[in-house]
Ligand binder design. Structure first.
Ligand code: SF4
Length: 325
């Protein structure tokens, strides 16, 4: 990938809190911190992988980036929409910033044929001068995602999981977007099919200069597809950097433990760091490092002060053990 410095998306102190249902009258309102102060730059033309355990807030983050969920606080600015799109710009924004969901079966209308599904966004956005031109665009897109014209007349139920995900990618791509959030796009697929879809995503990126935000719990998949990786824990980014550097030499204790669970067939058996204890509750978390209750290096300071992301030679890590703190 060519070196790109420009940011297509800039996220500042982004938060999403959900009110927790109270069980008793006059009970104090409590808040679940799904995303808790994320700062992130997404560079034009890159694939930024966001990885973390289930419930760490990575999907909520992706949805807020695409304005599918309203943040509680913080800002997201976009290339072409530095203050965020206003109402009059939303149509243009939706063309340029797209999403692909995990389960193509539930995200594709089962009553509509593939040709209709591919052409629907074109109709909504007024693209193509007539039905014939929209059909041609749809057929071309089918070819781009490795399928042929015969699929235009099929229903989603007649397709395999991999073919359905190709259609989901085609529906996002037909708008000629600049940026796509892919939310666990291959986790419902067999491993052999996963590789085909990941390769298709890489090809489309090279051909169209796309930027991907790739959200997954699967460390191998994120390693394969990403240029940079952000590791999330309890609503926060705890480490972010070049994917090879992070995988070869993780700095944050959580990243170290997470990556130690990946088997390395070349290097043979390696020490697997067990993360003790359960993920703590994200409801009204107190001060201190979110990982302190499970971290074998935790000190008194870790339980009282909250570490912030600090630059340590091109990588950012939030841990008192890293950098000059
Ligand atoms: Fe562990 Fe402390 Fe670092 Fe948090 S700040 S990861 S508790 S050493």
């Amino acid at each position: 990938m060519p070196e790109q410095k420009e940011n297509i998306v800039e996220i500042r102190d982004l938060r999403k809190y959900y009110k927790v249902k109270t069980e008793r009258l006059f009970e104090k309102t409590r808040w679940l911190h799904a995303v808790d102060g994320v700062d992130l730059d997404i560079r034009k033309g890159e694939t930024l992988g966001i990885v973390g355990e289930s419930g760490c807030g990575k999907s909520t983050l992706g949805h807020m980036v695409l304005r599918l969920r309203k943040p509680t606080a913080g800002t997201v600015s976009y290339e072409g929409f530095p203050k965020g799109p206003d109402r009059s710009q939303m149509k243009e924004f939706r063309e340029k910033f797209q999403i692909i969901f995990q389960d193509p079966y539930s995200s594709l209308n089962p009553k509509k044929r593939i040709g209709w599904l591919l052409q629907e966004p074109l109709v909504i956005h007024g693209i193509g001068k007539d039905a014939a031109e929209r059909r041609e665009l749809a057929v071309n897109m089918l070819r781009e995602v490795g399928m042929d014209e015969s699929y235009m007349e099929k229903f989603p139920r007649e397709l395999s999981g991999g073919q359905r995900q190709r259609i989901s990618i085609g529906i996002a791509m037909i708008m000629n977007p600049d940026f796509i959030v892919a939310d666990e796009p291959v986790s419902a697929l067999d491993v052999s099919v996963q590789a085909q879809i990941l390769n298709l995503m890489k090809e489309l990126q090279e051909k169209h200069g796309l930027t991907w935000m790739f959200i997954s719990h699967d460390l191998n998949v994120v390693h394969y597809i990403s240029d940079r990786i952000g590791v999330m824990y309890l609503g926060k980014i705890v480490e972010i950097g070049n994917v090879e550097e992070v995988y070869q030499d993780p700095k944050h204790p959580y990243t170290k433990a997470l990556l130690s669970s990946i088997p390395d067939l070349d290097a043979g058996p390696k020490e697997h760091e067990i993360i003790e204890g359960d993920v703590p509750s994200a409801v009204d978390p107190g001060p201190g490092c979110a990982f302190a209750s499970r971290c074998k290096y935790a000190t008194e300071r870790c339980r009282k002060e909250t570490p912030v992301l600090k630059d340590i030679g091109g990588r950012k890590v939030s841990c008192f053990l890293c950098g000059s703190e």
